[in-house]
Design a protein around this ligand. Structure first.
Ligand SMILES: [Zn+2]
Length: 336
C-alpha cells in the first residue's frame, strides 16, 4: 500500500473543520493540515459553498494539487443521514431540509465521499484513533447544549432501524418541570446538558443559599464546575446531582450493549475530573451493592475525551476510511 491521503470534514453548528491526513505505508495516520472557518460568513455565502472553500484551501495548504488523488473524503454532519446514499435530511447546519451531500461533494472533488451522522462519526473515530484497537464496543457520549451518543458495536456503527440509535438525550429519566426540545418531559438532557446545569445554578442563585455562583453576572455550566473545583458547596451539590444521573444513564448503556469503553466528549467534558469523579463515585456505590455492577462498572470503562483530540475531524477521517478499510486497518495493527 502506498501513501493514501484522506480528508475529514466536520460540519458543526459554528465552524466547519477539515483535516488532511496521510495514511502511511506502515498504516499510521499523520496529520498534514488542518483548516477551519465559521460556517456562516458575513457575506451570506451558503454553508455548502463555505464547506467546499474550506476543503479547497485545506488541499492548497497541504500541497495536494488534484483532489481526485484523494483516497476519500469523509463527512460528519448533524441530521438524519443515510450513509448508503450520502443523503442528509434536517441538516440544520447546512440550512437545508434535504440535501444529497455525498454525491454533490463527489461531483465537485472527483473522489469517493462518505457521509455519516456526526455523533456516529466521532464514535467511529474514537474507536479507530483514540482507544486501544482491541476495543470493538464503544459509545462516544457528547455532553454539550444537548446530549447524544454514537455507538460502535462489533467494530461497526450501529444505526438502528431509523438511524436514531444512541439518541440517549431523550431517554426518560424521571418527571421534572422542564419541557425538552423534543417536546417530551423528563428527558436525560433536561438534567445533565449545559442549559440544564445553568438552570440549576440560576435556581440556587435566586434562593437564599450562599454560593460563590452569585458573583457571576452571566451563569453557565462551566461556572458551576469552576466553583465546584474551588469547593463551593452548592456547586459541588449540583455537580454531584449531574454525576449521579449520568452514572445511571451510562450504566444503562453498558447493560444494554455490554460496552467496553465510554468516551465522554463535548463542551461539558472540558470539566475533566470534576465531571468524571461524581460519576465514578456513583458507580462505586453501585459496585458496593451488586456483584453484577462490580463486574460491569469498572472505572477503566469510562474516559474523558482529551481536549487536544479533534474528535469531529478525526471522526470524519474514520468515515472516509469506510468500514472495509477500518477492518483492514485493525488487522494490520493487530499483526504488528
Ligand atoms: Zn427530549
Amino acid at each position: 500500500m502506498s501513501n493514501q491521503y484522506l480528508v475529514g470534514i466536520d460540519i458543526g453548528g459554528t465552524n466547519v473543520d477539515a483535516l488532511l491526513v496521510n495514511r502511511t505505508f506502515e498504516n499510521e495516520f499523520e496529520q498534514i493540515a488542518f483548516h477551519t472557518k465559521p460556517i456562516r460568513s458575513a457575506s451570506g455565502k451558503r454553508p455548502i459553498d463555505t464547506i467546499i472553500e474550506v476543503v479547497d484551501e485545506l488541499l492548497e495548504i497541504g500541497h495536494i494539487a488534484d483532489s481526485a488523488e484523494l483516497f476519500a473524503i469523509g463527512v460528519g454532519v448533524p441530521g438524519l443521514v443515510n450513509p448508503k446514499t450520502g443523503h442528509v435530511a434536517l441538516a440544520v447546519n447546512l440550512d437545508e431540509e434535504s440535501m444529497m451531500l455525498g454525491p454533490l461533494l463527489e461531483a465537485r472533488f472527483g473522489c469517493p465521499v462518505l457521509v455519516e451522522n456526526d455523533a456516529n462519526a466521532v464514535a467511529l473515530g474514537a474507536a479507530k484513533f483514540l482507544v486501544d484497537p482491541s476495543i470493538e464496543h464503544l459509545a462516544f457520549v457528547t455532553l454539550g447544549t444537548g446530549v447524544g451518543s454514537g455507538l460502535i458495536l462489533n467494530g461497526q456503527v450501529f444505526h438502528g432501524s431509523q438511524n436514531m440509535a444512541g439518541e440517549i438525550g431523550h431517554m426518560f429519566i424521571k418527571e421534572n418541570d422542564v419541557r425538552c426540545s423534543c417536546g417530551a418531559n423528563g428527558c436525560l438532557e433536561t438534567f445533565v446538558a449545559g442549559p440544564a446545569i445553568k438552570r440549576m445554578a440560576e435556581k440556587v442563585c435566586a434562593s437564599e443559599q450562599e454560593t460563590s455562583l452569585k458573583n457571576y453576572a452571566e451563569l453557565s455550566a462551566a461556572a458551576v464546575f469552576i466553583e465546584a473545583d474551588k469547593n463551593d458547596a452548592v456547586s459541588i451539590e449540583i455537580v454531584n446531582e449531574v454525576g449521579v444521573i449520568l452514572a445511571r444513564a451510562l450504566q444503562g448503556l453498558i447493560m444494554s450493549f455490554d460496552i467496553q469503553k465510554i468516551v465522554i466528549g463535548g463542551g461539558i467534558s472540558r470539566a475533566g475530573k470534576t465531571l468524571l469523579l461524581p460519576i465514578l463515585n456513583e458507580w462505586k456505590r453501585m459496585r458496593d451493592e451488586s456483584v453484577m455492577a462490580t463486574e460491569m462498572l469498572q472505572p477503566k470503562k469510562l474516559m474523558i475525551c482529551p481536549a487536544t483530540y479533534k474528535a469531529g475531524a478525526w471522526g470524519a477521517v474514520a468515515v472516509a476510511l469506510g468500514q472495509q478499510n477500518l477492518d483492514q486497518a485493525k488487522m494490520v495493527v493487530q499483526m504488528n
